[in-house]
Write a protein that binds this ligand. Structure first.
Ligand SMILES: [Zn+2]
Length: 403
């Protein structure tokens, strides 16, 4: 290993406070255990929160029959939308209120988990989503949540945050509370085989981005780094395989576990500038979250690599996953990493540039202004002001504008 790559990335005396809140159950066909697991939560009347795609794939009916066979009454809310809004959560709450439920099961991608958590806040604590903006603003107990992801993606099943978009302002609100975390995350890679190729691509790139952003954030801890590194190791190996061979169950398992570990890393160390830059692209240009993050991330890696500790962290990861030779200097190794991220977008058949998504030079100033006000921007290792986001967006706009 290069002498510069023997870093103490965070001080060994950096404080950490870790209380696992979510029981993680992983295994092929582990969905069959859902009745037994729901019983440990004393579930009798269950609200199943999902979307129509998951219903069409047959997962909702299978889950429902497993829960009914375990003696539970199940009410289904299947109207989850991508990037769920406050209105979507309200509709879910109405269904929950009518069914007098005692347990919530979220089935699907991050949007299903976010809606399930958002519903839980309002059902148990009243008010509106904006009342829970930030961390720990729910005062009353919440219902137990069982989270069953069908994408190898957001890792929301291991986080206590609900990301809900304000219907009026289009601002993504991060509403977190330790009580909102799932009591159980049930990870069955067979459920992820049904993902359409584009969903596999976007959610897989999102998971990689979660691993890389959490690796360098200001609040990172020795513990979050364990999860970031392992998440990256699994996802960088698994993503090309699931893109090439969607039925590769082993690689699907790596992606699902990698996403869960990356979600655990987020829970402990937040996110950074790529996510801050992605949110306005989703809000104004309808770019899918994982794609938006994936386009911005290589530029954010190059930007952050100006900070020596971040460059060393990227380089260590690039070397241990054979993306860069061990003798490479940290900045050069980080460049190898950024290059690999760009080639993965090509493999995923996702456009690399904002120009392909309808963004024009005249839009950059407003996008940069909004990105600098995103919550996650403050956790980036280097301070990112609006002017820095302008540079990042300009670099991502078209191949010719890259510095
Ligand atoms: Zn993300």
């Amino acid at each position: 290993m290069h002498p510069d790559l023997n870093p103490t990335i965070t001080s060994p005396l950096a404080p950490l406070d870790y209380q696992p809140r979510t029981r993680i159950v992983f295994g092929v066909n582990s969905i069959e255990r859902v009745g037994e697991l729901a019983k440990t939560l004393n579930a009798k009347r269950v609200l199943l929160v999902t979307d129509r795609g998951i219903v069409a794939a047959g997962h909702a009916a299978r889950l429902q029959s497993l829960l009914v066979a375990a003696g539970m009454h199940v009410t289904c809310f299947e109207q989850v939308q991508e990037n769920p809004s406050t209105q979507c959560v309200e509709r879910c709450v109405q269904v929950a209120r009518g069914a007098t439920i005692d347990t919530i099961v979220g089935l699907g991608g991050g949007s299903s988990m976010d809606t399930a958590k958002g519903c839980n806040f309002i059902l148990t604590n009243g008010g509106q989503m904006k009342d829970y903006l930030g961390i720990g603003r729910a005062t009353r107990p919440m219902l137990p949540l069982l989270a069953i992801p069908t994408t190898g993606g957001t890792g929301s099943e291991c986080q206590s945050f609900a990301l809900i978009t304000d219907e009026q302002t289009h601002q993504k609100m991060a509403c977190g509370d330790p009580k909102a975390a799932a009591r159980i995350a049930l990870l069955d890679p067979t459920l992820t085989l049904s993902q359409p190729p584009r969903v596999t691509a976007c959610t897989g790139i999102d998971a990689l981005a979660h691993a890389l952003e959490t690796l360098v954030t200001k609040p990172r801890t020795p513990l979050s780094l364990i999860f970031s590194r392992e998440a990256f190791r699994l996802a960088i190996a698994g993503l090309p395989r699931v893109l090439a061979s969607p039925a590769d169950l082993e690689a699907r398992g790596w992606m699902l576990l990698g996403a869960a570990w990356a979600g655990t890393a987020i829970e402990n160390s937040m996110l950074g500038a790529a996510h801050a830059a992605a949110n306005p692209l989703t809000a104004h240009f309808g770019v899918t979250h994982g794609h938006a993050v994936g386009m911005m991330l290589p530029h954010v890696v190059r930007f952050n690599a100006r900070e020596p500790a971040a460059a060393r962290a990227y380089a260590e990861l690039a070397c241990t996953t054979q993306l860069a030779p061990p003798s490479e200097a940290p900045e050069a190794a980080a460049e190898h990493l950024a290059g690999r991220l760009e080639s993965l977008l090509d493999l995923a058949r996702l456009p690399r540039t904002l120009g392909h998504c309808g963004v024009k030079t005249k839009d950059i100033s407003q996008l940069a202004d909004e990105a600098s006000r995103q919550w996650t921007a403050q956790f980036n290792p280097l301070t990112v002001a609006a002017v820095d986001f302008q540079d990042l967006y300009t670099a991502a706009l078209s191949p010719d504008s890259s510095p």
